[in-house]
Structure formats: structure tokens, C-alpha cells
Ligand binder design. Structure first.
Ligand SMILES: [Zn+2]
Length: 492
């Protein structure tokens, strides 16, 4: 490395605290580009202005170097020079994992995991519109953080970028315009949830089947292989039409307008019907998939709502045998139409990982997000107990507000008082489901909390702690996400 950097730059850095990231040393067009840290901030260095990076010109003897901030403009240039820093479509790979990183700090730890599991492909950039809004971030920012991390640690395998839970045409356009390679269309606003509480008589009276649907489905049984059949009696069919008809139309319109106009497919497409009050029954899953197939929508993944509870940041709640029985049917429907099952809210669902991997025969997508944030807060509890206590109390004070955005059954009375815990006991809060959820769903409010004078109460202090202990954070994620993968792959 000394050779690469040369004594010139070493002398230039003589009066500052700096470290160069050895894996970031790259050559392009005969010039060198690398990342380094100076006084707690990362920068990019290019050994010639000709590469186009915008920053401070530095006299390096016989050449001029550019010290560039890690901003969006420079990320765009980096992507144009180094193709491995650009996301690609990876959803057709057998096992893919979405890794929502709300802080823009988790990718280094994730890279370590994926260096170990070479058969698994990451969607490093994955953020929903709701998460962007709650964290004041943009799709550019989310992607740029990944681009720099991938460059910094020289991750050479394909990885993707998912515009998660997009609901409208505008949101789809936004994700595509920022180079996202996967679109997750959330059709929940077009799903008619009221039908679940209607009686059969009411459904019969409210729905008239059109001839085409009647001919295709009514009293028909579909053999989808492996001894599994799907049957449509009149009421099952009418419920399917009433609940999912609008969602199917929405998906068809979006798909043909933005994803594949018949000539070229521009992104991997996932349909999410998971954010509903009741589970997706297998016949309805089949109906949605078959209608999309008929109308020439090629999904890479579909996310049904499974039985039981997939609450944020804690293990699965429900009957595991029933989950497995239903997953077998969902999984067979997916194989029949040639797409993968996508499991949302997949963080920390340890008790169903191994059967899910096995039932899906090593071909599935799973999304995690909040657990990466929880590991970051665990780090705060370990390294700065006073700061953690203050954030924790703030989270308690805003919990009701945060609950508007998430479905959880948190019981705040089961969380011990942080003032009664010794410093070294604080990390144990992250083994308590109720306090995990407390911290999980309040992330946006914590990051944007303001003091009475309008300045941010926690954000900068938290970020400087995470920067200071970035290797510890990486280690926590390596273990925690690694544990997810170990269980998921156990019987694949
Ligand atoms: Zn979801």
C-alpha cells in the first residue's frame, strides 16, 4: 500500500489523523482512486482531475490529486468508472436477501456476510417510501451509501437496489429514475379488505362475475403439481375478485407502462400483497398469480401475507406447523408460475427460517430492514449508556405516535425502567421483544428529535458514535445477519 500511495501523500497527511482503506485502492484509466478517513470523515482521493471528481485540488508534486467528498455528484462519477459499484438485477438468482439500511452505515457489515455466503445475492439498497420519509433520506442517498461501501470494500459480485413498497406511478417513476433495479409494488391500497368481514350472502349480492372469469375459474380445479390442487367454488371466486381485482388491475397497468413495454424489461418486479389484515388464502394467491400471468405480467417475486404474525424485529408469532403447511402451497404456486416467494418483515424470524428455506427448495427472497437499525442501537447501549438511556426515554414518550405507522402488539409495561438497570445490563434490553419493538418503530422520530432550540437532539451524536465504532457495528451485523443466513440455508 505504501508503494501505491507514495511518500508524497504520506507527507501531506503527516499532520492529520488519517487512515487509508486498503481494499478501496483501485486503478482506472491509468489513475488511482481510493478512500481514506481524515479526522473522522471519509473522503475519496483521485490521482488526477481528469477522472472528473469534484473536490479540493491538492498539489502532489508531479501531479494534481483531488480530495473529494462522498456526495451524490461524486457517486455518479464513481459508478460511471467502476461497473461493480452499479446495482444490477439479481432477483432471478436462487437466494436473494433485501437489507434495508436506514442509516446508510450497514453495508460494510453486510459485505462481510456475503463474502462468506457466495451463493446468496444481496439487495444492499432497499428502502420503502415510508422509510425515506421517516429518515429524511432520498433514493439517491440510499444508493450512494451502498456504492461507496461496495467500492471501499471491493465487493465484486452483483447486488441489487429495491424501491420497496412503492404504491403509485409517481413512486415507481422515482425509483426507476434513480437507477433502482427492483420495484416492489405495494397494492394494499387497491386491496378491498372489507370483504373479509362480509358474509357469504353479502358477497354473493355484491359481486357479479363476468363471463370470462366465470368460464375460466367457476367450479374448476387446477392441478399445480406435487399433488396440490386449487378449487374455485362460487364464493371463493367472488371473494378473490372482490378483494384482489383492483390490485391486479393496478399491477397490470404499472407493469406494462413502466417495467416491460413488450420490448424490454427494465427492472425486476415484485408484487406485494402482504400488508393486509388477514392472510392470503392459497386460492386467492393462485388467482392473483394466474390473472397476472394471463395479462402478461412477469413477476420475479410475490409477497403473500402468511398466517401468523410477522411483527417487526421479533421472532414469528403463530402456529409453525400451520405456517409450514400453507407455505408448501404458496411455494408450489410460485414454482408453478415460475417466480419466487418473497418473505417480508423477515428480520429475526428465526423459528421459521430453516423450514422456509427447505420448503422453497433453496429458491426465495427475504427482506430484512429494522434489525440492522436495532443492532446499531444495541451498539449505543454498549458504548454510551447515558446516551442510550436518554434515547430510550424519548422513544417511550413518542411510542403512541410511532404506532400509527406499524402494526405491533408491544406491551410497554414489560420493559424494565432504564434507570433501574446497570450500564452493563442495558444491552439485555435487546433480548426483550417489547423493548426491541419500542426502539424498532420509533427510529424516524429518534433520528429527527429536536431540542427546544430546534437543533437535532440525537442524530449527530448517534452518527458520530456509529462512525467511531464502525468496526464494532460491522462485527455485530456480521454475526446477526450471518445467523439469519445460517438458519435459512441449513436445509437448502
Ligand atoms: Zn412488506
Amino acid at each position: 500500500m505504501e508503494d501505491f500511495i507514495g511518500s508524497m501523500i504520506r507527507d501531506r497527511f503527516a499532520n492529520t489523523e488519517y487512515r487509508i482503506y486498503p481494499d478501496s485502492l483501485h486503478k482506472v484509466k491509468g489513475k488511482k482512486v481510493f478512500l481514506f478517513e481524515e479526522n473522522g470523515t471519509d473522503y475519496l482521493m483521485a490521482t488526477s482531475p481528469e477522472l472528473g471528481f469534484k473536490g479540493q485540488m491538492m498539489d502532489a508534486g508531479h501531479e494534481v490529486w483531488v480530495k473529494a467528498p462522498l456526495d451524490h455528484e461524486n457517486a455518479v462519477i464513481l459508478r460511471s468508472l467502476f461497473p461493480f459499484t452499479v446495482p444490477s438485477r439479481v432477483l432471478s438468482k436462487n437466494i436473494t436477501i433485501g437489507l434495508g439500511d436506514r442509516l446508510g452505515l450497514a453495508t460494510p457489515g453486510h459485505i462481510r456476510v456475503f463474502n462468506k455466503y457466495e451463493g446468496v445475492f444481496p439487495i444492499f439498497a432497499q428502502q420503502s417510501i415510508r422509510e425515506l420519509m421517516l429518515t429524511n433520506r432520498t433514493f439517491d442517498d440510499v444508493l450512494d451509501c451502498v456504492t461507496y461501501a461496495v467500492f471501499k470494500y471491493d465487493f465484486r459480485r452483483p447486488w441489487g437496489a429495491d424501491g420497496d413498497h412503492l404504491k403509485t406511478a409517481e413512486e415507481v417513476e422515482y425509483a426507476l429514475s434513480r437507477g433502482y433495479t427492483m420495484l416492489t409494488l405495494d397494492c394494499s391500497e387497491h386491496i378491498n379488505g372489507k370483504v373479509d368481514s362480509m358474509s357469504d350472502e353479502e358477497v354473493n349480492a355484491a359481486c357479479t362475475l363476468d363471463d370470462e372469469i366465470r368460464d375460466l375459474y367457476l367450479n374448476k380445479t387446477f392441478d399445480i403439481g406435487e399433488g396440490i390442487t386449487i378449487h374455485f367454488d362460487e364464493i371463493t371466486l367472488k371473494r378473490a375478485v372482490m378483494i384482489y381485482g383492483g390490485a391486479i388491475d393496478h399491477a397490470v397497468n404499472i407493469y406494462h407502462k413502466y417495467v416491460d413495454d413488450g420490448n424490454r424489461k427494465v427492472a425486476d418486479f415484485e408484487l406485494s400483497i402482504d400488508e393486509t389484515a388477514t392472510p392470503t388464502v392459497p386460492a386467492h394467491h393462485f388467482f392473483v398469480a394466474n390473472e397476472l400471468f394471463r395479462r402478461k405480467v412477469k413477476c420475479s417475486t410475490i409477497a403473500p401475507r402468511f398466517c401468523g404474525e410477522f411483527q417487526k424485529g421479533i421472532d414469528y408469532i403463530g402456529d409453525i406447523d400451520q405456517f409450514c403447511e400453507e407455505m408448501k402451497v404458496h411455494s408450489q404456486i410460485a414454482r408453478y408460475f415460475d417466480y419466487k416467494i418473497s418473505i417480508h418483515s423477515g428480520s429475526d424470524k428465526f423459528s421459521i427460517f430453516t423450514p422456509s428455506g427447505e420448503i422453497n427448495r433453496g429458491r426465495f427472497h427475504i427482506k430484512t430492514a429494522g434489525t440492522n437499525w436495532l443492532e446499531a442501537m444495541l451498539l449505543v447501549a454498549k458504548k454510551d449508556p447515558a446516551l442510550y438511556r436518554s434515547v430510550h426515554k424519548y422513544a417511550l414518550s413518542v411510542f403512541e405516535e410511532a404506532k400509527k405507522y406499524y402494526h405491533v402488539t408491544t406491551d410497554l409495561t414489560k420493559i424494565p425502567d432504564v434507570d433501574d438497570l446497570k450500564d452493563e445490563e442495558l444491552p439485555s434490553l435487546f433480548e426483550n421483544n417489547d423493548s426491541r419493538q419500542l426502539i424498532h418503530i420509533t427510529y424516524g422520530l429518534i433520528l429527527n428529535a429536536k431540542n427546544s432550540d430546534g437543533t437535532l437532539a440525537y442524530r449527530d451524536r448517534l452518527y458520530s458514535l456509529w462512525k467511531k465504532y464502525e468496526d464494532d457495528y460491522s462485527e455485530l451485523l456480521y454475526k446477526h445477519i450471518g445467523h439469519h443466513l445460517e438458519l435459512l440455508l441449513k436445509k437448502c
